[in-house]
Design a protein around this ligand. Structure first.
Ligand SMILES: NC(=O)c1ccc[n+]([C@@H]2O[C@H](COP(=O)([O-])OP(=O)(O)OC[C@H]3O[C@@H](n4cnc5c(N)ncnc54)[C@H](O)[C@@H]3O)[C@@H](O)[C@H]2O)c1
Length: 357
C-alpha cells in the first residue's frame, strides 16, 4: 500500500479514512478523487491540505479517461472506493443519480483497474487491491427474532440506494471471479461521528435540538439499526487492506441495536446534561413523529464474527461515549455546520424532504 487512490474522500467516511491513513502510515501517498457533489466538502480535509503525502483531484468516477489517467500518473496500487450517492431518502426522490454514480461509476473504476493492473501489468499483481466500501442495507430487512446477517446472507435490497450498492458489490465480485482482480469488500452498518453531512439522522437531531427546532422521527421510531463509530470503521477498513484475504467480504458493525427513537432520546438527554441552561430543555419535548419513509427497513443486525476472528477487529467506541463525542464535535464546529447549511442546495433538499411529512 504505497500509492492509494481514495474515491469520495471529501465525504463523511472518506475524509475520516484519509485522516486515519495519514496518521497510521508514514510512507503512503494518498490521492483523493472526488467530484465534490453536495456531499463533498474540502473543509473536511483542511488540516491535511498541506501534507505532502496528500493531494486532491477533482473529477467524476464515471469519467473513464480521467480515472485511467490518474491510476497511471500516480502508479496507484490501492483503490479504496467510497464515492457514492448515499442518502436513502434522496434515492427515493431521485434514483437515477444513484445508478449513474454507484453502478456506472463503480464499473468505470473497475474497468480502469482492470486495464492498468491486469492488462498493462506495470505493478506486481500481489501488490494491488481494489477495496469496495458497501453497506448492510444490501441485505434488506430483518423480522423480529431473525438471526443477524453474515457474509453468506443472500442480498435482498429494498431501496434504490441499497439496490445500486448491491449492484456495485456484484460487479466487484464478478471482476474478481472473471478477471482475477484482487478485491475486498466491506459491508458496514450506519456510521456516525465527525464530518457527517447534516441531513442524516444524528446531525439533524443534534443541530435541530440545539436550536429548539422540531426533531423529526420517521414513523414510530422503532426502526432498529446498528451504529458504528466512523473511526472504528476506518480502522476496520485499514485492517482489511493490510490483512484481509483478496476475494473476501467482511461485515463491520458497532455491536449495538438501538431503535432510532432511542438514539434521538439519548441525544436529547446528552444536550440536557451538557447544556443545563438551555431554554429548550427538556429536549425530548421537541420530538415530532412524521410520516415514515416509504418501504422503510425495520431492523438491521450485523454478525461481525468473521472480521473479529480472522482479523482481530472489534469496535473501540461504545455507543454512549461515541454519541457524546459526536454531540461535542458538532457543538465545537459551528463554522463547518454554518457553511453547509447556508448553501441553497442544502436548504432546498431539507425543505423537499420534510415539507410533505
Ligand atoms: N454513511 C453511512 O452510514 C454508510 C453506511 C454504510 C456504507 N456506507 C458507504 O460508505 C461510502 C461513503 O459514505 P459517506 O456517508 O461518507 O458518503 P457521503 O455522501 O458523505 O460522501 C460521498 C462522497 O462521494 C463523492 N462523490 C459522489 N459522487 C461522485 C462521483 N460521481 N465521482 C466522484 N466522487 C463522487 C461526494 O462528493 C462525497 O464527497 C459510500 O459508498 C456508502 O455507500 C456509508
Amino acid at each position: 500500500m504505497k500509492n492509494v487512490l481514495v474515491t469520495g474522500g471529501a465525504g463523511f467516511i472518506g475524509s475520516n479514512f484519509i485522516h486515519h491513513l495519514l496518521r497510521a502510515e508514514r510512507d503512503v501517498s494518498v490521492v483523493n478523487l472526488d467530484a465534490l457533489t453536495y456531499a463533498g466538502n474540502p473543509d473536511n480535509l483542511q488540516d491535511v491540505a498541506d501534507d505532502p503525502r496528500y493531494s486532491f483531484a477533482q473529477g467524476n468516477i464515471c469519467d473513464a479517461e480521467f480515472v485511467e489517467g490518474l491510476l497511471r500518473e500516480r502508479q496507484v496500487d490501492t483503490i479504496v472506493h467510497f464515492a457514492a450517492e448515499t442518502h436513502v431518502d434522496r434515492s427515493i426522490l431521485g434514483p437515477r443519480q444513484f445508478i449513474e454514480t454507484n453502478v456506472i461509476g463503480t464499473f468505470t473504476l473497475l474497468e480502469a483497474a482492470r486495464k492498468f493492473w491486469l492488462q498493462e501489468k506495470t505493478l506486481p499483481l500481489e501488490s494491488v487491491r481494489f477495496h469496495h466500501v458497501s453497506t448492510d442495507e444490501v441485505f434488506g430487512s430483518l423480522a423480529p427474532g431473525e438471526p443477524a446477517w453474515t457474509e453468506e446472507t443472500p442480498y435482498a435490497p429494498n431501496s434504490p440506494y441499497a439496490a445500486s450498492k448491491a449492484s456495485s458489490d456484484h460487479l466487484v465480485r464478478a471482476y474478481g471471479h472473471t478477471y482475477k482482480l484482487p478485491y475486498t469488500i466491506t459491508n458496514c452498518s450506519n456510521n456516525y461521528g465527525p464530518y457527517q453531512f447534516p441531513e442524516k439522522l444524528i446531525p439533524v437531531i443534534i443541530l435541530n435540538a440545539m436550536e429548539g427546532k422540531p426533531l423529526p422521527v420517521y414513523g414510530d421510531g422503532q426502526q432498529i439499526r446498528d451504529w458504528l463509530h466512523v473511526e472504528d470503521h476506518c480502522e476496520a477498513i485499514h485492517l482489511v487492506l493490510k490483512r484481509g484475504a483478496p476475494g473476501s467480504t467482511y461485515n463491520i458493525g458497532g455491536e449495538n441495536q438501538p431503535a432510532n427513537l432511542t438514539i434521538v432520546e439519548t441525544i436529547c438527554d446528552i444536550l440536557d446534561e451538557i447544556h443545563p441552561e438551555s431554554p429548550h430543555k427538556p429536549h425530548r419535548n421537541l420530538i415530532q413523529f412524521v410520516t415514515d419513509r416509504p418501504g422503510h427497513d425495520r431492523r438491521y443486525d450485523m454478525d461481525t464474527h468473521k472480521i473479529s476472528t480472522e482479523l482481530g477487529w472489534r469496535p473501540r467506541h461504545s455507543l454512549t461515549q461515541g454519541l457524546l463525542d459526536t454531540v461535542q464535535w458538532y457543538l465545537s464546529h459551528p463554522e463547518w455546520v454554518t457553511a453547509i447549511r447556508q448553501k441553497h442546495e442544502y436548504q432546498g433538499w431539507m425543505e423537499a424532504n420534510y415539507k410533505s411529512r
